[in-house]
Design a protein around this ligand. Structure first.
Ligand SMILES: *[C@@H]1O[C@H](CO)[C@@H](O)[C@H](O)[C@H]1NC(C)=O
Ligand SMILES: *[C@@H]1O[C@H](CO)[C@@H](O)[C@H](O)[C@H]1NC(C)=O
Ligand SMILES: *[C@@H]1O[C@H](CO)[C@@H](O)[C@H](O)[C@H]1NC(C)=O
Ligand SMILES: *[C@@H]1O[C@H](CO)[C@@H](O)[C@H](O)[C@H]1NC(C)=O
Ligand SMILES: *[C@@H]1O[C@H](CO)[C@@H](O)[C@H](O)[C@H]1NC(C)=O
Ligand SMILES: *[C@@H]1O[C@H](CO)[C@@H](O)[C@H](O)[C@H]1NC(C)=O
Ligand SMILES: *[C@@H]1O[C@H](CO)[C@@H](O)[C@H](O)[C@H]1NC(C)=O
Ligand SMILES: *[C@@H]1O[C@H](CO)[C@@H](O)[C@H](O)[C@H]1NC(C)=O
Ligand SMILES: *[C@@H]1O[C@H](CO)[C@@H](O)[C@H](O)[C@H]1NC(C)=O
Length: 620
């Protein structure tokens, strides 16, 4: 670390020294591009040019996950009409970035989009930078941005922040109609004039911004007034070798895994209990344990060998990713699970080695939640950190990241923290929608949360929302259940009537949460037991004037005093009403909702602007 820091300083020094006479171009491009923190145009919305690539990035979903944006936000600027269609290698895309000027310390002030990546097996700083992000960042810069992580000791499941290089135009450039500086990685086959013609820019303008000494695989910034229209391949390959074919198999295996995994977990847990006795060479032992089980499984034959291998991969992956906590540590952290540490239900707050966690006590029914959580990884879902089995009573504990600001329910209805303003509420809606879109669209098989409600939506220190409590969640396709679970006031009518489980039931519950955000009222009225969603019947009928009047009467008075935009409220209201359609097939999908919410919100691009303190989020 010391050596690296010194060499980067040296590098910066050399750069300044060497290119000192043309100040603009003199940017250390290995560790990042410098910026002026005073420049008022930061942060800004910008784009990176990205090429679809085999094997992992041939669909918008995986690229969208990598960059933590929705598929629509890539499809639109890239001139792709259907976000779900497969891509071909090298297909050009524009990926949106939120670009900020970050003061890492006095000598490192660089502009980048801060993207988090959960490390998978085999990932290194270099591999993720050069392959996943295609040299839009460098491992040297990643090291600077993650000073506490030792690159040679990366573990599966670690969260690493990758600084994706970007720049915001300054005032002068904006006046000259340069609205974006698009991040572009120079290819060996490029020259500046070919890049200029691709983007409809002037070569000299590119040189003015980047200097004339750019090397292949350097990130350069192409100044443009608007994004050029990309010409996409007319027909995507008819039968994509990847997703299309494997989809069905994926679902089947998924279901099979679903059925078998609980059993295997039991076995593994048994194994763990045994292996806990031998303390030191944990990992090694675990591998042996897994091998043994694999053998046992394979002996049974049944032609299911493939599936079992997958299954083992799945489970050992899960064990790799999560920490095994000791029951003694949990006891100590919560003072023997005392009431003082209870957050709600069976969830306790406890700190272990200085880290604060939420600890959920469960009986043996932890399987389903574990199974689902190991599949999901998204900024708007509460992250599982590890688990623990108490060898004495067989209780299972799931340990989650602790979310500082508590539930949306308490902010909206318990009135202890002051009232949220409209911008914050809208931002929360977008966050929840993004989280739901992820579990509905990007997991295989799809996950249905089944219990979306304001008390399962938690707010972090920046008032960004995360979905919690996958205790009732189901993965798999449409299914019918016999015993109805969920929460009164949020349950979709068709589920109540027929037990039909589908993503559309989450959409309904999300509609109720939107109503709560707009009205500040509870989903079910404590006094008369009436559900909130019934109170909006016909509210959007009649003339424009009448609609606005009725919504104004119905909505949270605090918002009116805060003079929020009625247009924005009306548009969220109409999304809520669409979600609450009695016929599940008429409800919009989460993709549509995310799109509509971000459209309805002219603030959308400000959303990632960081550091909003709790005071700013409260209505005055
Ligand atoms: C800034 O950060 C670099 C790399 O992390 C480090 O080497 C350097 O000492 C820091 N400079 C100051 C002034 O803290
Ligand atoms: C940036 O702002 C600080 C104070 O806010 C000021 O001292 C400094 O001179 C400014 N730098 C530039 C380049 O404008
Ligand atoms: C990147 O984002 C994470 C989480 O939002 C934050 O903790 C971290 O400080 C950010 N890094 C920088 C350099 O802004
Ligand atoms: C990134 O740069 C390295 C050389 O620095 C090169 O070998 C690699 O092919 C580049 N990756 C991509 C995706 O262009
Ligand atoms: C740039 O590349 C194009 C082909 O890609 C070529 O026709 C052109 O001559 C090159 N220009 C320069 C200045 O090298
Ligand atoms: C804006 O950026 C351009 C190009 O990098 C530079 O020439 C110009 O001096 C900058 N203007 C201001 C006000 O910083
Ligand atoms: C690059 O810039 C330097 C200094 O501005 C100049 O001397 C040189 O001729 C330029 N090279 C090209 C190829 O334009
Ligand atoms: C950084 O940019 C300079 C020109 O501005 C170039 O000479 C140098 O090779 C670049 N370094 C890397 C690692 O790309
Ligand atoms: C957008 O893509 C279509 C093909 O998907 C193409 O026909 C059309 O020309 C593209 N638009 C522009 C402006 O290039």
């Amino acid at each position: 670390m010391k050596y690296l820091s010194f060499s980067s300083l040296l590098f910066i020094f050399l750069c300044y020294h060497h290119f000192g006479d043309h100040a603009v171009q003199a940017q250390p491009n290995i560790t990042g591009y410098t910026c002026t923190p005073n420049q008022t145009t930061y942060p800004c919305q910008t784009y990176a040019f990205y090429r679809a690539a085999a094997p992992d990035f041939l669909d918008l979903a995986s690229i969208a996950d990598l960059f933590s944006v929705s598929r629509r936000l890539i499809a639109e600027p890239s001139n792709i009409s259907s976000p779900s269609s497969p891509l071909i290698p090298n297909q050009p895309l524009f990926v949106p970035l939120t670009c900020g000027c970050n003061t890492l310390n006095a000598s490192n002030i660089i502009s980048f989009a801060n993207l988090s990546v959960r490390i998978k097996s085999g990932d290194t700083f270099y591999h993720v930078s050069t392959v996943y992000f295609q040299n839009l960042t460098t491992y040297q810069s990643v090291e600077i941005v993650n000073p506490t992580i030792v690159p040679t000791k990366l573990e599966v499941g670690d969260i690493v922040y990758f600084p994706i290089f970007c720049k915001c135009p300054n005032q002068t450039q904006l006046q000259n109609q340069v609205n974006y500086l698009v991040s572009y990685v120079l290819q060996p086959s490029d020259n500046l004039s070919s890049v200029a013609s691709t983007f409809g820019a002037q070569t000299q303008d590119i040189i003015d911004v980047n200097g004339n000494n750019s090397q292949p695989f350097d990130t350069i910034f192409v100044p443009v007034a608007r994004l050029p229209q990309l010409t996409q391949p007319a027909v995507a390959p008819s039968v994509p070798p990847g997703p299309g074919n494997t989809e069905r198999r994926g679902v089947n295996t998924g279901l099979a895994i679903g059925l078998a995994i609980c059993g295997v977990l039991l076995l593994l847990i048994g194994g763990m209990l045994i292996y806990r006795e031998f303390s030191s060479k944990r990992r090694r032992k675990m591998e042996i344990e897994c091998e043994k089980q694999k053998l046992q499984y394979n002996k049974r034959g049944n032609g299911l060998k493939d599936m079992e291998v997958n299954l083992m991969a799945d489970v050992s992956d899960c064990l790799d990713k999560y920490r095994l906590f000791k029951i003694e540590d949990l006891r100590e952290a919560t003072d023997g699970f005392s009431q003082d540490f209870l957050i709600q239900g069976s969830v306790y707050k406890g700190s272990i080695n200085g880290e604060v966690y939420a600890i959920k006590m469960m009986k043996w029914n932890a399987c389903e939640e574990l199974k689902i959580l190991q599949k999901v990884n998204h900024g708007n879902l509460v992250r599982l950190e590890g688990f623990c089995i108490d060898p004495e009573d067989g209780n299972c504990y799931l340990i989650y990241e602790y979310i500082e600001n508590g539930s949306l329910h308490s902010w909206l209805h318990e009135n202890r923290n002051g009232k949220l303003n409209w911008t914050t509420r809208l931002r929360i809606a977008v966050d929840v929608a993004n989280g739901l879109q992820y579990i509905h669209e990007h997991t295989q098989p799809r996950v249905v949360h089944k219990d979306i409600k304001s008390s399962n939506i938690l707010l972090d220190s920046n008032m960004r929302a995360k979905i919690a409590n996958f205790g009732l969640a189901k993965s798999g396709c449409n299914a019918i259940t016999m015993h109805i679970v969920g929460t009164q006031g949020y349950i979709a009518p068709e589920y109540l009537a027929d037990g039909v489980v589908s993503t559309k039931m989450d959409i309904f519950s999300f509609g109720v949460v939107l109503l709560e955000l707009i009205s500040g009222k509870e989903a079910i009225n404590e006094e008369d037991g009436k559900v909130l969603w019934a109170s909006v019947d016909g509210i959007l009928e009649g003339s424009e004037e009448r609609k606005v009047r009725r919504v104004k009467e119905w909505m949270d008075g605090v918002l009116l005093q805060d003079s929020c935009s009625m247009e924005s409220v009306m548009s969220v209201m109409s999304i809520a009403i669409a979600c609450l359609h009695r016929d599940p097939s008429k409800r919009p999908s989460m993709v549509d909702i995310v799109y509509a919410l971000s459209k309805s919100d002219e603030l959308f691009f400000d959303i990632s602007e960081d550091g909003s303190s709790p005071r700013q989020v409260i209505a005055r």
